[in-house]
Design a protein around this ligand. Structure first.
Ligand code: NDP
Length: 286
């Protein structure tokens, strides 16, 4: 007969709207199960009007931490006590860590991307082409710049949003950023080592979406990364593979930001392979 029983699980989760389609819960709980960690990850549908109360509630209920997704990544900043350095530069938080009642904002999106990228190349001194200038692109651009990328060509449809990201990189980091207005078919320059799609082109249900990109400028050996997690095999990934490029799909970024989040919350290093397998089961077998 055990003398001590503990029925209090550690609480983590995700606040977003809509949240039902967010698969993080499946991969994070797969890691918790695999490692025998007594923790839960709960998707919570939180409207913008309720975000402040949700954050207060998480602290009151003893959450260890939580993720933020659309549309809360910027809005949550004003409810936090402290920001990690890259989150401060990016101006957005996707992961909150609660320590001794203090709320610390991290941005693990770009960090997760970087872990995935480093499996094939070190971005230091490299020229990067980055499609997009929204939240994911900002996080990726800042982390690439902090990792020592030489230059980042930001290719974006809306020049205003693109200009804001270019200015951020040039003002706050040592990397050199340049805006390319995306109003015609883009040709990847020969000096480019890494191409990143950080737009939402290709995301379900727009699965047939294609970047306005000259596919003949994708040369063999070029590294092509897509952030789209669903479906992971986007047209960009398939087109790049056909041309002999080295490809990274959006599951790598998703899994690794999850690994980093769990490390922040629980101080545990979990197995990314278990998390990726769970996502692959969901995306390929349903
Ligand atoms: P935002 O809405 O902040 O930004 C969207 C970006 O996509 C903008 O740059 C926008 O350009 C561009 N875009 C959208 N549609 C088109 C189009 N038809 N033609 C050209 N440009 C287009 O979204 P996020 O940055 O938050 O998310 C972007 C993607 O990243 C999403 O698909 C999301 O699922 C994915 N993501 C993946 C993660 C992962 O872990 N794998 C983590 C976070 C996000 P414009 O400025 O001109 O409107």
């Amino acid at each position: 007969m055990p003398t001590e029983l503990n029925f209090l699980s550690l609480l983590t989760g995700c606040f977003a709207s809509p949240v039902a389609e967010n698969p993080s819960v499946a991969m994070v709980e797969a890691a918790y199960r695999h490692h025998g960690i007594d923790a839960r990850y709960i998707n919570c549908e939180v409207s913008p009007a309720d975000l402040r109360e949700a954050v207060r509630g998480a602290r009151a209920m003893g959450f260890t931490g939580f993720n933020l997704s659309i549309p809360h990544k910027v809005a949550v900043v004003e409810f936090l006590d402290q920001l990690a350095p890259s989150a401060k530069i990016i101006g957005a938080v996707n992961c909150v860590v609660i320590r001794n009642g203090r709320l610390i904002g991290e941005n693990t999106d770009g960090q997760g991307f970087l872990v995935s990228l480093r499996t094939v190349v070190d971005p230091a001194e490299k020229d990067v082409v980055l499609f997009g200038a929204g939240g994911a692109a900002r996080a990726i651009a800042v982390e690439l710049a902090l990792a020592g990328a030489a230059s980042i060509h930001v290719v974006n449809r809306d020049p205003k949003r693109g200009r804001a990201l270019v200015q951020l990189i040039n003002d706050k980091t040592d990397a050199r950023a340049e805006l390319v207005a995306w109003d015609r078919t883009y040709h990847v320059p020969l000096s480019t080592a890494v191409v990143v799609n950080a737009t939402s082109i290709g995301l379900y249900p727009d699965v047939n979406g294609r970047l306005d990109l000259d596919l003949d400028s994708l040369r063999p050996g070029l590294i092509v990364a897509d952030v789209i997690p669903n479906p992971p095999r986007t047209n960009l990934i398939q087109d790049a593979e056909e041309r002999g490029c080295i490809t990274l799909d959006g599951l790598g970024m998703l899994v690794n930001q999850g690994v980093i989040g769990i490390r922040h919350w629980l101080g545990r290093s979990v197995d990314p392979i278990v998390m990726r397998q769970r996502l692959e089961e969901l995306f390929y077998e349903t």
